[in-house]
Design a protein around this ligand. Sequence first.
Ligand code: AMP
Length: 222
Amino acid sequence: MRLVLLGPPGAGKGTLAALLKESLELVHISTGDMLREEIKKETATGRAAKKFIEKGELVPDEFVIRLIEKKLTSDKRVAQGYLLDGFPRTRKQAEDLDRILRQIQQPLDYVLYMESTLPVIIQRLGGRRVCKNCGALYHLHNKPSKKEKVCDLCGGEVYQRADDNEATIRTRMDVYLKSTRPVIDYYKVQGKLKKLDGDKDSEEVQVALMQIFHEDHKLNKH
Ligand code: AMP
């Protein structure tokens, strides 16, 4: 199955992605993770992206589109199905994604829109912690790691993302409303959009989603 996850920062996209990756054996493709990897490796893309990410602004389209195009056309694992998390974030990205998918003749199955409210988003992002090594997600209060700052899964360092502070979260919300909301209408017109309640626990959201896949007879094929 080929899925896109849309929604404001903190709507639970990453957590749902981790669950779906496991249950449907999908490749999880997160442009945020890819960009953070480029920054870590100090590539030209990483250097260009860093200042936008730190401010909570979007990295220019051409950088992320290039990363996604390369991934979808050259990584053989994507044939098993994938989940795009954090991409597309602008109408231009959505149009270019359609162009790439037309070329490789692999249309999307669904665009999952996780709707969430501001108080829930701020609570989630303010307490969010991430493993630097494997990307596992934690929350200071809702889901702390067993040992402080140490990942339960791989022993890596659990840290707070630099852009998970209140001022940057507000900028990211503004950017979302201005640039990413129009992407929802873009997919609504295509009839691909499924709306999910991002304020709920990810497990509950997953159950609702599996019901949709089941009703649409999507569960036995990739
Ligand atoms: P995320 O991990 O999805 O919250 O993304 C973290 C940051 O990476 C965002 O605030 C943007 O600065 C940048 N970013 C991630 N994905 C995209 C994208 N599709 N377009 C532009 N910037 C992006």
